[in-house]
Design a protein around this ligand. Structure first.
Ligand code: GLA
Length: 387
């Protein structure tokens, strides 16, 4: 026990002594963030120090999803995000990216119940769900906009600068997710689409923009976030068309959408060509582009990982950073957010079944992996010919 504690302290001090290469200062034109687990922030010092040190943008992994923020109808719980806000405030005023207001997953049970239960008199199901959506969006945005909140930057603006307003509205064929409730998991359907219809997306963005404007939060950036841009051209096209249509809708003369989140849960077989094409297409919307959930799966569970596979992953991390810088102009970059900090907290690691995928930049002990240094180089070094 004692020996392992000493080892841990030693590992920590070696790590903390290495001040040379830090992601958040690699490139002033690429904000670098991570999806952060608030429980680990309060319980694991090594994790917290690493988050403080490496990133200048924080996305709560789960703490701002609907099931966390409104577990019972009308009863909002914001206390789970305080640790994240404290860190953002006290470690150099980091940016917070809100994730996510309207999604078909991470819904509290009471929302699902509204698909079938008896409605308040005089209300259609579409009206009820529209009202659920509107109340959620207005209340949550206003909470983080609160003028008396201490979580402000040097200009007195909220540290939370952006929201994923709608997450994953399309399936891999580029159709709106619409399957019935029974299949409402991985590739399932959206209760919002089924009850309100496709106008739910425009409505959600309109509620978000109207609320922010009313609160004087005129700089709040509103994103549509999804995955699959790299492997489904149909989905890419649907997202493009929807984004272009939303751009035409204005509140106070301002488009209701500001940006596209490209999750990039990619893997070692994702080609440079596909990443490049996806970036070029999304950039052509003229909107901000956020690589919002980057991780690179090895498609392989369990140690040890073959060196050739790790070498491909390392190179791909560098490719993503270089391609982002090459194809997305600096004024359209919202940054790159890594999904999870290390293999230890990665969603691809399942503790029960011992599955470790090793998709992240930090290992199971939060030490930097070779991929970290390649990604850093991709953020910093000149872009070689051939990209
Ligand atoms: C999606 C969601 C994220 C997270 C990941 C991994 O990409 O947007 O919030 O849940 O899946 O689980």
């Amino acid at each position: 026990m004692k020996a392992s504690l000493i080892l841990l302290a030693l590992a920590g001090s070696i790590y903390l002594g290495d001040t040379e290469k830090i992601l958040q200062t690699a490139n002033k034109n690429v904000t670098t963030g991570a999806a952060v687990n608030v429980k680990l922030l309060t319980e694991n010092e090594l994790y917290r120090k690493l988050v403080e040190k490496e990133y200048n943008s924080l996305t709560p992994e789960n703490a701002m999803k609907m099931a966390s923020l409104q577990p019972r109808e009308g009863s909002f719980e914001f206390s789970n995000t305080t640790a994240l806000e404290d860190l953002a405030l006290n470690a150099g005023k980091k940016r917070i990216h809100g994730h996510t207001l309207i999604w078909y997953r991470s819904l509290p049970q009471w929302v699902k119940n509204w698909e079938t239960q008896a409605l308040p008199s005089g209300m259609t199901r579409a009206q009820k769900m529209d009202s659920v959506m509107s109340i959620h969006i207005r209340t949550v945005i206003s909470h983080y906009d609160n003028p008396s909140s201490i979580y402000k930057d040097d200009l007195g603006k909220p540290l939370l600068k952006s929201w994923d307003v709608v997450n994953e509205a399309f399936d891999d064929n580029g159709n709106y997710r619409a399957l019935p409730e029974a299949s409402n998991q991985e590739n399932g359907g959206s209760i919002w689409y089924r009850t309100i219809g496709k106008s739910y997306i425009k409505k959600a963005f309109t509620y978000a923009r109207t609320t922010a404007e009313k609160n004087g939060d005129t700089g709040l950036k509103l994103f549509y976030n999804d995955y699959g841009h790299d492997y489904s051209v149909k989905k890419l096209d649907s997202i493009y068309k929807m984004a272009m249509a939303l751009k035409q809708v204005k509140v106070n003369g301002k488009p209701i959408i500001d940006g596209i989140g490209m999750q990039f849960h990619i893997n070692i077989n994702t080609s440079v060509e596909n990443i490049k094409n996806a970036l070029i297409k999304m950039k052509s919307t003229g909107l901000l582009i956020h690589i919002s959930e980057l991780d690179i799966s090895l498609n392989k569970a369990g140690l040890p990982f073959p060196t050739e596979i790790l070498a491909i992953q390392k190179q791909k991390y560098k490719d993503v950073a270089l391609l982002y810088r090459k194809y997305v102009p600096a004024n359209q970059r919202w940054g790159i957010t890594l999904w999870n900090v290390g293999d230890q907290d990665s969603w691809l690691t399942y503790k029960g079944s011992d599955q470790v995928d090793a998709a992240c930049l930090f290992d199971l002990n939060y030490q930097r992996k070779p991929a970290f240094f390649n990604f850093y180089d991709g953020l910093k070094l000149d872009i070689p010919a051939g990209y």
